[in-house]
Design a protein around this ligand. Structure first.
Ligand code: NI
Length: 187
């Protein structure tokens, strides 16, 4: 089942998401539906708050980064209760987009490297370092669990220039090909 994607302006996207209990019975279904929603929407990653669940979970399939980084070809992972322990490396700029902000792409600067503690879908615990494209996408998705969106990093000038587009998004005037949820209504 595909979920509608919660769109910019919804307070849920601004909440700090809650930790997940190991015995959460609904989790398997949620993860399966999130994969379906993400592939249908052509996303690289999807965080649970984007589909209406304020829980600490995101999924990533980074194979679109394989042009530049061949090792991304098989990068398909579920991240549960992730915790960034350390951020390191040089800042670099990448043009980012987000399913909750359709038709906006902006350059965002982030540090290259993160050390992440997380659980997979079987609740096996990992601690790993991610860099490059993977590190980038993880930071973007992790932000969703903290109530942060990539437009928050833009300069005041850039934000001013995007103001009318952002309000068009928040009022459902910009319609992507996937179903969206705008101020409680499914479009
Ligand atoms: Ni996003």
């Amino acid at each position: 089942m595909k979920y509608p994607v919660t769109i910019y302006g919804d307070p849920l996207l601004r909440k700090k998401a809650k930790n997940i209990e190991k015995d959460d019975q609904k989790l398997k279904d949620i993860i399966e539906n999130m994969w379906e929603t993400m592939y249908y929407s052509d996303g690289v990653g999807l965080a649970a708050p984007q589909v209406g669940f304020s829980i600490r979970l995101f999924i990533i399939d980074a194979k679109s980064g394989a042009d530049e980084e061949p090792e991304m070809k098989d990068f398909k992972k579920v991240f549960i209760n992730p915790k960034i322990i350390e951020t390191a490396g040089e800042e670099w700029v990448m043009n980012e987009g987000c399913l909750s902000l359709p038709e906006i792409r902006e350059d965002v600067s982030r540090q290259d490297e993160i050390r992440l503690q997380y659980f997979d879908e079987n609740f096996v615990e990992y601690e790993e370092v991610f860099k490059g494209f993977a590190g980038r996408v993880i930071q973007h998705e992790y932000d969703h669990l903290e109530g942060i969106l990539f437009v928050d990093y833009l300069s005041p000038l850039r934000k001013r220039l995007l103001k009318s587009k952002l309000s068009a998004i928040a009022t459902g005037k910009i319609r992507p090909h996937y179903r969206i949820k705008v101020s409680g209504k499914i479009l």
